[in-house]
Design a protein around this ligand. Structure first.
Ligand code: ADP
Length: 364
C-alpha cells in the first residue's frame, strides 16, 4: 500500500522556526486535510512534500522512495516526485487552449504525441470539461478554470495530489458545490490527496482524516467526527466549530466533576481528561449542544443543569443564537425558539463537556 510519511520535519525561515516536529502518515487513497488558521504552517508542510521547500531536518517518503532525508542529506527535486499540485491561483497559460495547457506537463514528461490526446481527453472528461477542450482560459468561469487546473494535475497520473486552498477563489455557493464535486472525483479516481485549507467546514465535509495545525505544530490528527466531538486541545475546540469556555476547578478528578469559578455551580464531564483534583481547567461547550429550558422543566437524569441569564438573542435564519451569562462568564447556545428571556436553565449532556488545562489559555 503506498503511504506518504512525514517524520520529524522541522523548518526554519530566516531564523524563525515555522514547523516543529511534524509527523504524519497519509494512507493509500485517503483524503487527508491540513487545517488551521492562516500562518500555522500548512502551505509550508505541503511545499516540503512537493519539494518546493526543503526541510531542515526529518524524512519525507512515499512508500520506500525517500524524497528527503536530513540525516542522509538527500533531496529529490519536485519534478522527480511525480506529484500533482493545484494552487489557489490556477496558473493556467492564458495564450494556450485548455488542451494545450494540459499537453504541457505531458510533453515535459516526454509522453509520446500519439498518447497525449487520449490522456488529455480522459482528464478533461473526469472534470466534465471535455466539450470545452478548445477554449482559452479567459473564455471560462472561475469554477471551470479551477477544474482545468485539476485536470492538468491529474493528466499525468501523479501518485499523490496536493491541493493548496484550491476552492478559495470561488464564491460561497460555488465553493459548496465544488466541494461535493471534488470529493466525489477524488473518491472515483481513488488518488491519495493532501488538501490544505483554513475553512473548517470544507475540511469536515471532504476529509477522511484531518490534521489540525497551530503555530507550526500538529495538534490533533483524527476523523472529522472525532475532531468535532472530541477535540484533543483547546485550539481544536476553538478553531473547529465554535465553543464557549468557562473557568473551572476540578473538585473530583475520578468522576470529573468541576466547579465553575464564577458561579460555584457543578458540571460533570464524562470524557477522559488528564486532570487532578483542584486543577484549574477551562470548561468548553459547543452552542448547539446546549439546551435552554425553563427553571423547573424536567431533564433526563445525569444531565448537567446550569442556572443562566439570557443576555441577547439574534436570529440567523436557521436558528436563534443566544448569549447567556453564567456568573460573570458568557456561554452561547443555539435554539429554534425565540421565546427565552431572563433566568433560565441550561441542560448539557456530560458527553458534550470538554476540559482543557487552564495553562493552554496562554497565547490562544
Ligand atoms: P499557512 O499555509 O498555514 O497560512 P504558511 O506555511 O504559508 O502558513 O506560513 C507559515 C509561516 O512561515 C508564516 O509565519 C509565514 O510568514 C512563514 N513563511 C512561509 N513561507 C516563507 C518564506 N518563503 N520565507 C519566510 N517566511 C515564510
Amino acid at each position: 500500500m503506498p503511504e506518504l510519511t512525514v517524520t520529524d520535519v522541522n523548518k526554519t525561515f530566516n531564523g524563525t522556526q515555522v514547523l516543529h516536529d511534524i509527523n504524519f502518515t497519509v494512507h493509500d487513497g485517503e483524503f487527508f486535510t491540513l487545517l488551521g488558521p492562516s500562518g500555522c504552517g500548512k502551505s509550508t508542510t505541503l511545499s516540503c512534500i512537493a519539494g518546493l521547500d526543503r526541510p531542515d531536518t526529518g524524512t519525507i517518503a512515499l512508500d520506500d522512495v525517500v524524497f528527503f532525508s536530513g540525516r542522509h542529506n538527500s533531496f529529490v527535486p519536485p519534478e522527480g516526485r511525480n506529484l500533482g499540485m493545484v494552487f489557489q491561483s490556477y496558473a493556467l497559460w492564458p495564450h494556450m487552449s485548455i488542451a494545450d495547457n494540459l499537453a504541457l506537463p505531458l510533453s515535459l514528461r516526454k509522453v509520446p504525441k500519439a498518447r497525449r490526446d487520449e490522456l488529455i481527453d480522459d482528464a478533461l472528461d473526469k472534470v466534465d470539461l471535455l466539450h470545452l477542450r478548445g477554449r482559452y482560459p479567459h473564455e471560462m468561469s472561475g469554477g471551470q478554470q479551477q477544474r482545468v487546473a485539476l485536470a492538468r494535475a491529474l493528466v499525468y497520473s501523479p501518485r499523490v495530489l496536493l491541493l493548496d486552498e484550491p476552492l478559495s477563489n470561488l464564491d460561497a455557493k460555488l465553493r459548496e458545490q465544488a466541494r461535493a464535486w471534488l470529493k466525489a472525483l477524488q473518491a472515483s479516481v481513488g488518488i491519495t490527496t493532501i488538501y490544505v485549507t483554513h475553512d473548517q467546514e470544507e475540511a469536515l465535509a471532504m476529509s477522511d482524516r484531518i490534521a489540525v495545525m497551530a503555530k507550526g505544530r500538529m495538534v490533533q490528527i483524527a476523523s472529522p467526527t472525532e475532531i468535532y466531538d472530541r477535540p484533543a486541545a483547546r485550539e481544536v475546540a476553538a478553531f473547529v466549530g465554535s465553543c464557549s469556555f468557562l473557568d473551572g476547578r476540578v473538585v473530583d478528578a475520578g468522576d470529573t466533576y468541576v466547579e465553575l469559578v464564577d458561579s460555584g455551580q457543578i458540571v460533570h464531564a464524562r470524557g477522559r481528561f488528564d486532570v487532578r483534583t483542584s486543577d484549574g481547567v477551562s470548561v468548553a461547550v459547543r452552542p448547539e449542544r446546549v439546551t435552554i429550558t425553563g427553571a423547573d422543566a424536567p431533564a433526563s437524569p445525569g444531565v448537567n443543569r446550569i442556572r443562566a441569564h439570557v443576555r441577547s438573542s439574534s436570529y440567523v435564519g436557521a436558528r436563534y443564537e443566544y448569549l447567556l451569562s453564567v456568573g460573570d462568564s458568557q456561554i452561547a447556545a443555539n435554539c429554534l425558539s425565540p421565546t427565552h428571556h431572563g433566568d433560565v436553565d441550561l441542560l448539557i449532556d456530560p458527553d458534550n463537556v470538554f476540559l482543557y488545562p487552564r495553562h493552554e489559555l496562554a497565547g490562544v
